[in-house]
Write a protein that binds this ligand. Structure first.
Ligand code: BYC
Ligand code: FE
Ligand code: FE
Length: 475
């Protein structure tokens, strides 16, 4: 199905053929725009932004670049073309044809998964709302807005599923997605990390590196779904997700690069001297990393979860790269090792049924991917011939969800007493002082080709443009 870009709502789902659905979505559309104006990018009104917009889901055809005034961005509904054998790949329905409509017995669970996924998308836009005011360059400002509009489109992707497949309660859920607010005391977003603040650009880069990477793993698990519309929707979302993670990984790399330049120039590893020179010391970067990583691994849910077992056995949510795994894809007899606090100073391991541990399986896949990412950051330091290294904290560090939520564990994985935790927390997690220092560096740079002093320029421009391209016309 080709994309209809002349409709009010661009789509490749033949929306014109279903007038009732089209009307319902066209009714939701102005509410979405109101939400965007109220909680989307602050002070961006009237900016013309060099954005990529989806006009086709084909591999080489969907990336179309041009200047867009953001509220006029063409948010649309795009599903990947049908692929695969058309049978469910795992769980109790394995081998049966994929579903084109929602199976009645799985309706509530499927709706819950779609709502939880959908809720994260507007939440991140809300969290990032003020960052445009302090962008370190036009290049970065453009990237922020690119991510924001795509997270808005991810909300559209889930709202389409709710409207199309869940009737009245789907429409109510779609409305509620515009009513919850990140960090709101009375009506917060569903998952923890999406109620935290993203107050500065180091936090933004860590968020897009780690938290958007949770998106990668969750979306991959949903891309295996036996409910084919969800699978095809999330497959297309993943093509956008890759860029979000690139912004995070390269953003942190550029911060590290600048820090290393200052350390070499001044021949110092003293955080105070690095800060005095206007760069972010590696110890602060490590504390930000510790924070964002630990908050993000909580997003995978409890290490033992009967929900996770049900989602899998019902064929609603698979594992990362389900089809590439060499097992029976039923997992009834399989087991998996999880960590638990114990009476002593050590965490203990426990073998549990794998079906119940599928949140942990996905978290461990995420952790492996994150390790590779930190390795790439360390190569920036290595190339600068400095001995320092960044590390991922232990899985049990600073957890709030699951059995490790009750344990006090150092970044190295040592169970510590309450007294040690309170004494050392300032070495392990960003302090008010760290945040105030990083905030003090956040001043907006808007001359094309110029960058704030705490971050190195990017290595490649967007879409082959010259390095001093006017990515955002502030007007
Ligand atoms: N915070 O049995 P459990 C993205 C709740 S990111 C608060 O483990 P389950 C993006 C849980 O809801 C990808 N609450 O739960 C990134 C449950 O509540 P109830 C987002 C939490 O269902 C950047 C209770 O604790 N997508 O796309 O196995 C920018 C028991 O827990 C948390 C998805 O998450 C938490 N961290 O697993 C923009 C995919 N964790 O029922 C976008 C869809 C758990 O007791 N979601 N709880 O009230 C799911 O698959 C599952 O809902 C979860 C939770 C894996 C999240
Ligand atoms: Fe997203
Ligand atoms: Fe994302």
């Amino acid at each position: 199905m080709s994309i209809n870009t002349t409709d009010k709502i661009p789509n490749n789902v033949d929306l014109v053929a279903d007038k009732t659905l089209q009307r319902a979505l066209e009714h939701w559309q102005p509410r979405f725009i109101d939400w965007w104006r109220e909680t989307g990018p602050d002070g961006s009104h009237g900016f013309e932004v060099y954005l990529r917009t989806a006009i086709s889901v084909e591999r080489d055809g969907w990336a179309n670049f041009g200047y867009v005034k953001m509220p006029e961005y063409r948010w649309g509904i795009f599903l990947n073309p049908v692929q695969g054998g058309g049978t469910i790949a795992f769980g109790d329905h394995k081998g049966q044809p994929v579903w084109q409509e929602v199976p009645g017995e799985h309706r509530a669970n499927l709706r819950r998964i779609i709502v939880t996924q959908g809720d994260t998308e507007p939440a991140s836009v809300e969290q990032q709302r003020h960052l445009g005011r302090t962008a370190p360059s036009l290049y970065d400002l453009r990237n922020l807005f690119q991510i924001n509009v795509e997270e808005g489109r991810h909300l559209w992707a889930m709202v389409y599923l709710l409207h199309r497949y869940f009737g009245r309660d789907g429409r109510e859920e779609a409305d509620a997605l515009l009513e919850r607010r990140s960090g709101d005391a009375d009506n917060p977003r569903i998952l923890g990390a999406f109620n935290e603040r993203t107050p500065d650009w180091l936090a933004f880069f860590m968020f897009t590196h780690f938290t958007d990477r949770d998106g990668k793993f969750q979306l991959n698990a949903l891309a295996e779904s036996g409910f084919e519309p969800l699978a095809r929707t999330t497959q297309f979302m993943l093509t956008e997700e890759a860029y979000h993670m690139f912004v995070g990984e390269s953003g942190v790399s550029r911060v590290i690069q600048r820090t290393c330049e200052v350390m070499k120039q001044l021949k110092t590893d003293d955080p105070a001297q690095v800060r005095a020179a206007g760069a972010i010391d590696l110890t602060t970067i490590q504390r930000y990393l510790n924070y964002h990583y630990s908050v993000t691994i909580d997003l995978f849910g409890a290490d033992q979860s009967s929900n996770a077992a049900i989602f899998y056995s019902s064929g609603l949510k698979g594992r990362f790269r389900e089809a590439k795994r060499n097992d029976d894809h039923l997992l009834k007899d399989a087991s998996y090792t999880v960590l638990e606090p114990s009476a002593g100073a050590q965490l203990s391991e426990r073998e549990v049924p794998m079906l119940n541990a599928l949140n942990e399986v996905l978290r461990d896949d995420f952790i492996r991917d994150s390790e590779a990412g930190v390795g790439r950051w360390n190569r920036v330091i290595e190339k600068s011939e400095l001995p320092d290294r960044l590390t991922l904290p232990h899985k049990a560090f600073n957890r709030r969800i699951g059995s490790l939520a009750d344990a006090l564990v150092s970044p190295e994985g040592r169970v510590v007493a309450e007294s040690e935790w309170s004494a050392r927390a300032r070495d392990w997690l960003p302090t008010d002082g760290d945040r105030a220092f990083v905030a003090s560096l956040m001043t907006r740079v808007v001359e094309p080709g110029r960058y704030a002093g705490w971050i190195a320029p990017p290595r490649v421009p967007v879409n082959g443009q010259p390095m001093d391209y006017e990515y955002v016309r502030i007007g």
